[in-house]
Design a protein around this ligand. Structure first.
Ligand code: TXA
Ligand code: MG
Length: 335
């Protein structure tokens, strides 16, 4: 793409000529960390390379999300999904029955999948989906990348069911828009958690609950996303380190680790147990991209974490939201 070219590039995927050019532009944008509006049978998705933390951070920035919700990772086949998620027999049966299609499964994350921690918001689980839309399929196969894609709307707005919605909402934050006409289903995918003992309906959507229950041969418990776990053993839906964390630290004790931000370290930094700097340059995009990884490293050190102040602008708002969650007393649930 040449410098100064107006974004986004919009391609009509119903015409054979521009379809090929659109796919090539989209693949190249994704490979260089750019964002692509991808048609799916449910709603349009804002797709990024799920293995590239900076690209995933750009998704959150484009949506203006005040918090890091975990994203759905899209793949072309059940076999590809099974490489990212540990699907138990129930998960595999649902994937077999309904993929490709409007179903998302939340399952335990596979160990060495290469998926950015920011895409799963640091959770030990991952949401995976195999979309049926032919353009989504071609993009997944053509790029060879797992694509993290939330609905392509700005935070707080309804999910987009046409390319025009995407452009109106996200404008130049997206490099390439693949316009395949109105979304066939127009409702987001149904999300089923298969990471616990019994499958649970986390979000009703484009796949009717009855159809899932028919395959399962049993009824589905309901546990809305963000609600408290309904059964013992169900994981909370937000990552928090096991060690205590305090925010806006102006100084760090020799018994603490430091979660730093920016070039100037606080008093006591030289004697801290460990230091991870989210961005020496003070870049919030870089900080967001490495945020969950940094928390994991410091968590593993075992010492309480002192977190330096993070500006509450842009992606800083979502970082602070997650820090507040991590700083909350254990056992309290954030909704
Ligand atoms: O139809 C769809 O699902 C569309 C298209 C683009 O595929 N995508 C979509 O994504 O609706 P989004 O980000 O708008 O909604 C994803 C939902 C969020 O509510 C998120 O919290 C939940 O999935 N989610 C993702 N990963 C999760 C996880 N590991 N555990 C629990 N919930 C998860
Ligand atoms: Mg959404």
């Amino acid at each position: 793409m040449t410098v100064g070219e107006r974004l986004p590039q919009i391609f009509d995927m119903k015409s054979a000529g521009s379809r090929r050019a659109g796919l090539a532009a989209a693949v190249s944008a994704l490979r260089s960390g750019g964002l692509v509006a991808m048609p799916t049978e449910t709603v349009y998705g804002l797709a990024a390379d799920a293995t590239n933390p900076r690209a995933v951070a750009a998704v959150f920035a484009a949506k203006g999300r005040p918090r890091f919700n975990p994203l759905i990772v899209h793949v072309p086949t059940l076999a590809a999904a099974a490489r990212l998620a540990r699907l138990n027999p129930v998960g595999a049966a649902l994937g077999e029955a309904f993929w490709p299609g409007p179903l998302t499964l939340v399952a335990e994350r596979a160990g060495d999948s290469g998926i950015a921690d920011l895409a799963t918001a640091g959770l030990p689980t991952i949401a995976v989906r195999v979309p049926a839309h032919p353009v989504a399929q071609e993009l997944l196969r053509g790029s060879g990348l797992p694509l993290a894609a939330p609905s392509a709307n700005r935070s707080g707005r309804v999910s987009p069911t046409s390319a025009a919605h995407v452009v109106a909402d996200l404008g130049d934050a997206v490099a390439v828009v693949l316009d395949a006409g109105p979304a066939a289903i127009g409702l987001e995918s149904t999300i089923v958690g298969v990471n616990g003992e019994a499958p649970v309906l986390l979000r009703p959507g484009g796949l009717a609950r009855e159809r899932i229950e028919t395959v399962l041969g049993r009824s589905l418990a309901v546990a809305p996303i963000g609600g408290a776990p309904i059964a013992p053993g169900m994981l909370p839906s937000h990552y928090a380190p096991a060690v205590p964390l305090r925010m806006n630290a102006e100084a760090v004790a020799p018994t603490e680790s430091l979660l730093a931000f920016g070039p100037l370290l606080p008093e006591g930094a030289a004697d801290a147990v460990a230091i991870v700097n989210l961005s020496v340059a003070g870049d919030l995009g870089e900080a967001a991209a490495g945020f969950f990884h940094a928390l994991r490293i410091l968590d593993a050190c075992g010492a309480p974490i002192a977190a330096m102040p993070i500006p509450n602008t842009g992606l800083g708002e979502a970082i602070n939201d997650r820090l507040r969650g991590a700083a909350a007393p254990r056992g309290s649930h954030r909704i």
